[in-house]
Design a protein around this ligand. Sequence first.
Ligand SMILES: [Zn+2]
Length: 89
Amino acid sequence: MGNESVLCTVCQGVLPASGREAYTSLRGRLIVTNGYCAGGCAERRGERARLAQQSQQQEEQQQVRPVAPVPPAGPVRGQQIPVAPGMSR
Ligand SMILES: [Zn+2]
């Protein structure tokens, strides 16, 4: 019996024990070194591949949009300070 039956082929983590006989010293060592498999690795790998494909397609579809030029600000006129009435005696 090799490690292949104990380890997840995707994340190399230790798969959940299928039975009592699965709890071996080798398995214990592998849990320490590799940790547990979180499960669903095969599905996650497939999902990741699918998402990667999708994002690639999106990148191809998405065209580079030209950045809209910022309209130049008009000449700033000097602020007119209103003269307060009734200040002079
Ligand atoms: Zn795994």
